[in-house]
Design a protein around this ligand. Structure first.
Ligand SMILES: CC(C)(COP(=O)(O)OP(=O)(O)OC[C@H]1O[C@@H](n2cnc3c(N)ncnc32)[C@H](O)[C@@H]1OP(=O)(O)O)[C@@H](O)C(=O)NCCC(=O)NCCS
Length: 121
């Protein structure tokens, strides 16, 4: 992850709430080559899930990408079995634009496809 973060164009995002100013509740890593950017990973810590944290972070990322970095298209890959993440991205106006066969391999060796999703800013 450190190697990814020091790659030019890569940003690590941490989201905090006022009641826990020292503990991030959600995070993301993005990489951009303007005018396009990719969300490499995004997550909310388990005891903070289901409270709109990832939604808020995605909103902040898209707003900043558009206004501070001149990004006009966002992309991401998500495991086709990750229903909560797919619902999150669809609610943030991402749409499926492709599929990568056997992109993920789980710890027990089971493969699954990735959905490629995109959103215009
Ligand atoms: C996917 C994940 C980031 C969602 O984070 P979150 O902070 O709980 O999400 P939010 O509370 O902001 O939810 C926003 C929307 O996502 C969808 N969603 C989130 N959790 C969901 C669940 N368990 N089931 C169905 N939809 C879900 C809903 O559409 C929700 O909108 P709604 O509350 O109006 O219904 C979180 O579950 C997570 O960290 N998962 C593990 C890491 C991961 O899979 N990351 C994605 C990699 S691509």
């Amino acid at each position: 992850m450190l190697q990814t973060l020091i790659t030019p164009g890569t940003i690590g995002w941490l989201h905090y709430t006022d009641d826990k100013p020292k503990t991030p509740n959600s995070f993301a890593i993005t990489r951009m080559i303007a005018p396009e950017a990719e969300i490499l990973t995004l997550g909310t810590i388990p005891d903070q899930q289901g409270q709109g944290k990832a939604s808020q972070l995605l909103h902040d990322i898209t707003h900043s990408m558009q206004h501070n970095y001149d990004i006009d298209s966002l992309y991401l890959d998500v495991d086709e079995n990750n229903k909560s993440a797919i619902a999150l991205y669809k609610s943030a106006q991402f749409a499926v634009c492709g599929k990568r066969k056997n992109y993920y391999t789980s710890k027990n060796g089971i493969q699954s496809d990735a959905l490629l999703m995109t959103r215009k800013l």
